[in-house]
Design a protein around this ligand. Structure first.
Ligand code: MG
Length: 208
């Protein structure tokens, strides 16, 4: 499956402990935002830390690849619209996220969306899916699909009532607690249990 999303829909504060670690409440409804497809990089490619933006964090996430067009689907039928699960890193310029209020810049820099290889849903033991993030080999985040405040079917149904989800579109389901900054030279790896990994080095921006 070739992942070329028309949009990347991300969910904020979808793990209670992560919301708390940043001093936020769990929202009453999914808090969604968009990340531009231009931010996508593959495993092994460099995450470029822009000059002058302050802290840049990793966010390991369980990604969902939409399998067929979804518009106003019900939660009960939502899994039928999921094509694959994919490891993802929702790299975030944390200081800009706070100061901007709107998140497009903080979430939208080139290279801020490392993606692994998608695995078809039929090959995934969904109930056993979890996400682990390692930096330089050290575990920094661990989460389970069962920890999601809003489940994947709930999210697909909710988002599809707002915007039509096209085949290949991505939903990043939020990050567990343990987020932290990346420094040039770090290697960050997001593993989705039973699906795979995406590992990327972080580098400082250089003048080009
Ligand atoms: Mg995130």
């Amino acid at each position: 499956m070739n992942v070329q999303p028309s949009k990347i829909v991300c969910v904020g504060r979808n793990y209670a402990k992560h919301a708390a670690e940043l001093g936020n409440e769990v929202p009453a409804e999914p808090l969604i935002f968009l990340k531009p497809p231009s931010a996508i990089i593959a495993a092994g490619e460099e995450i470029v830390i822009p000059e002058g933006v302050g802290r840049v964090d990793f966010e390991g996430e369980i990604g969902v690849v939409v399998g067929k067009r979804a518009r106003k689907v019900s939660e009960a039928e939502a899994w039928e619209y999921v094509g694959a699960i994919i490891p993802a890193n929702d790299v975030t310029a944390r200081d800009l996220q706070r100061s901007d209020g709107q998140w497009s810049r903080a979430k939208g820099f080139d290279t801020f969306c490392p993606l692994g290889s998608p695995v078809p849903l039929s090959e995934v033991d969904v109930d056993a899916v979890g996400v682990t993030t390692r930096v330089n080999g050290e575990v920094r985040q661990e989460g389970s699909i069962t920890d999601l405040v809003f489940s994947i079917p709930f999210l697909v149904a909710h988002i599809s009532r707002i915007m039509t989800l096209e085949p290949g579109d991505l939903i990043l389901t939020g990050t567990p607690d343990g987020v932290g900054p990346l420094s040039p030279g770090d290697v960050v790896e997001v593993e989705v249990t039973g699906v795979g990994k995406v590992r990327n080095p972080a580098v400082a921006e250089t003048r080009r």
